[in-house]
Design a protein around this ligand. Structure first.
Ligand code: MN
Ligand code: MN
Length: 308
């Protein structure tokens, strides 16, 4: 069997591919499920839905069932740029995100919108440092960089900062992006929750034990909500349901939880009733992009070997 050697122990290729697909499709599913209850409180969700676990669409954006938002769309824009160029190039990523914004997306966060607008006017690729940039808008689009830098931690370090600082220039956002990338790498490598927990605990600013129930757009809250839900549950479905029922920035916590949990549990663990509600074009593109990004990650690695 074909196996990869880029970690301490070999990883079977089909397993890594299913995990990469799980990451991007998990992101989309978490985004679409969470968007219905974005900005609601847990009590409001409970009184309206009991437990929210169906792809009903709606929400403040009046979405179709299964429709994704900016979290997934920005990830697709970045993924396309990486795949087209055959590597991560911030100039190509910037252009792809600018085209996305010009296309009048269904939603866009204010810091992302400001950052892309700055690029359109000044053509600069990095936002100036700002105390206001500790939102989750850069972290939510880390999926493509995480996959494309698999087995190459030095690429993860550089690319995650470049992609993040295009719109968000804040140390907490930087750290969240790096942590998400490391968690996805560990998941793809099959390190399991023990290895992933060590990574999460090495970022004390995102402490999640005990979890305070906050799940807003401030990256500290977003990451604590995601990590708490991921480590407290044992299936992809439970992780995402737990996450989005916290409400608040539910599409984004759902998206990041979906990315990490999808990479850990793999694409076959995502409920079919959720996958089936995604736009088939988006579903197929995400699956193909995941495979191509993973292939790039493997080809960019100096320490990758195929084992027979
Ligand atoms: Mn969104
Ligand atoms: Mn959001």
């Amino acid at each position: 069997m074909c196996a990869l050697k880029c970690t301490d122990s070999p990883v079977a290729y089909p397993a890594a591919r299913d995990k990469a697909r799980g990451a991007l499709l998990g992101l989309a599913v978490g985004d679409a499920l969470g968007a219905t209850v974005e900005f609601m409180s847990p009590d409001e969700i409970r009184s309206r839905y009991g437990i929210h676990d169906k792809m009903t669409g709606g929400g403040w954006l009046y979405l179709r069932p299964g429709q994704v938002t900016d979290d997934t769309e920005m990830s697709i824009a970045i993924a396309r740029a990486i795949v087209d160029r055959g590597t991560f190039d911030i100039a190509a990523v910037a252009e792809s995100l600018a085209n996305w914004l010009i296309g009048k997306p269904v939603d866009v966060g204010s810091t992302c919108s400001q950052g892309i607008s700055r690029y359109l006017i000044k053509r600069t690729l990095e936002a100036p440092k700002s105390d206001w940039h500790a939102g989750n808008g850069a972290a939510m689009r880390m999926g493509p960089v995480a996959l494309a830098s698999f087995c190459a931690p030095e690429n993860l370090g550089r690319w995650s900062l470049e992609q993040a600082r295009f719109t968000h220039n804040h140390p907490l956002s930087d750290d969240a992006c790096l942590m998400i990338g490391q968690l996805v790498h560990a998941a793809l490598a099959g390190q399991g929750k023990v290895g992933m927990y060590k990574i999460a605990r090495s970022y004390p600013e995102f402490a999640f034990e005990p979890f305070n129930g906050k799940a807003g757009g401030y990256i500290v809250e977003t990451m604590a909500a995601v990590l708490s839900s991921f480590f407290d549950t044992d299936t992809f479905e439970d992780c995402i349901v737990t996450t989005v029922n916290l409400g608040q920035d539910a599409d984004t916590t759902g998206a990041i939880a979906g990315l990490i949990a999808g990479a850990h549990y793999d694409v076959n663990s995502i409920p079919r009733r959720w996958l089936g509600k995604l736009d088939p074009k988006i579903r197929e593109e995400l699956s193909l992009l995941a495979e191509k990004l993973l292939a790039l990650g493997l080809s960019n690695s100096k320490i990758f070997q195929v084992l027979d």
